[in-house]
Design a protein around this ligand. Structure first.
Ligand SMILES: NC(=O)c1ccc[n+]([C@@H]2O[C@H](COP(=O)([O-])OP(=O)(O)OC[C@H]3O[C@@H](n4cnc5c(N)ncnc54)[C@H](OP(=O)(O)O)[C@@H]3O)[C@@H](O)[C@H]2O)c1
Length: 371
């Protein structure tokens, strides 16, 4: 297993960690039993970094980890998060206490702010983070899903070396973090924890790309997933947290670190297998999709934010209006018409863009097409 430093700390984490992001709609005992044994398998394979959050399975994922780590807690660097509604100094303390109870431990190695919350002053959040670190409940802190400007500001305002990690989406399909976050992590000694490293199991954008990836994988006697995980971790500050509840896949993911990807193959993958980055006017995008996730269907609904999304479309629009780079939304070609697209991911970003710029100004998008 390849080990990397967590930020500038003296803690070493495995370049492949274990993600545990189970959606609460999948609250199913069998999945949790599988997750528990997968975590143990991962640890036997040299994985020592486990990432979770109170929101995963509404606390169930943390409880499963608590059970899985009985007697072996010392062998693991445990990372959890605090949800955006709890990122006041008081809220952070309460959230951490809940996580410690569910995880059956007395300290969290890495506490990450899960999403920004514009309704809570940053100064209050930072005070809360410093307090729990002082009390010894948390060793290092990290953030997820903040804009690049906010990330820089948090890094400057926290005590030196305190911000150990930034968790962002990074996979072969979506390489947008290479613009700013990746060089920043490298320069500042901050770990980049890559979530959805396998593009949620789809790995690339389409079948043609998958075929190319498979050909490269065959040359190494590896699988496409292993090639992608190795490509990602070839970037100095990057560790990956693929999610699986399947022990065989966990072994496969752990074994993605026992070979080197040749420089020319890495460049070839980047050239041939990266997502198509386009700019599409919002009026050409249908927001309703078949994923079963709730979505605002009209601008009026988005402005009212009845689902209480944090940040709200309106709050995100204010940030976008300042010209900050927006993570691209995910689209697939609509079945009904060749010049229309369906929105797969980025429901809040889509409406935030419409609030900021209207329906005509094209927004950054990545297109996948497995039809
Ligand atoms: N901070 C955040 O906002 C945030 C957001 C999203 C995710 N995350 C974290 O990142 C973790 C991973 O992200 P993710 O679950 O979105 O996506 P992912 O890890 O890219 O993909 C997970 C999917 O890939 C499949 N898979 C795993 N190993 C595989 C392999 N070797 N070959 C083929 N398929 C494989 C899994 O299926 P099986 O289970 O059937 O193997 C699952 O369907 C989460 O668990 C969570 O901890 C954080």
């Amino acid at each position: 297993m390849i080990l990397k430093k967590l930020g500038q700390s003296d803690i070493e984490i495995s370049a492949v960690g274990q993600g545990t992001g189970i959606h609460h709609s999948l609250k199913n005992r069998e999945i949790y039993r599988q997750l528990e044994s997968t975590i143990r398998t991962g640890i036997e394979m040299g994985i020592n970094f486990v990432d979770t959050a109170p929101v995963y399975g509404e606390g169930e994922a943390e409880m499963v980890i608590g059970k899985a780590l009985k007697g072996i807690r010392h062998a693991v660097v445990l990372a959890t998060k605090v949800s955006p509604e709890n990122i006041s100094s008081k809220g952070i303390k309460g959230s951490v206490e809940g996580s410690l109870r569910r995880l059956q431990t007395d300290r969290i190695d890495l506490l990450q702010i899960h999403w920004p919350n514009p309704q809570i002053p940053l100064s209050d959040t930072l005070m809360g983070l410093e307090e729990i670190a002082r009390e010894g409940l948390v060793r290092y802190v990290g953030i997820c899903n903040f804009s690049f400007n906010d990330t820089q500001e948090i890094h400057q305002k926290l005590p030196p070396k305190h911000l150990a990690s930034v968790q962002v989406e990074y996979n072969l399909f979506d390489r947008s973090i290479e613009r700013e976050f990746l060089p920043f992590g490298q320069q500042e000694g901050i770990s980049i924890v890559a979530y959805s490293p396998l593009h949620r199991g789809r790995i690339v954008a389409n079948r043609r790309q998958f075929g190319i990836l498979q050909t490269i994988a065959n040359q190494y006697d590896k699988t496409p997933a292993q090639i992608v995980l190795r490509w990602l971790t070839g970037h100095l500050p990057v560790v990956v947290i693929p999610n699986t509840t399947n022990s065989e896949r966990m072994k496969e993911n752990a074994k993605s670190m026992d070979f080197d990807l040749k420089e020319e193959d890495a460049r070839y993958l980047e050239e041939k297998c990266t997502g198509h980055f386009l700019e599409i006017p919002p009026r050409s995008i249908q927001v309703a999709d078949d994923s079963g996730r709730s979505v605002y269907r009209t601008l009026d609904e988005a402005l009212r934010n009845a689902m209480n999304c944090v940040p709200s479309p309106q709050e995100l629009a204010e940030q976008i209006a300042t010209g900050e780079f927006l993570k691209p939304v995910r689209l697939r070609p609509a079945k009904s018409s060749s010049d229309r697209f369906e929105l797969l991911e980025g429901r809040i970003r889509y409406w935030a863009w419409v609030i900021a710029h209207g329906f005509e100004k094209p927004l950054p998008a990545l297109i996948e097409d497995f039809s």
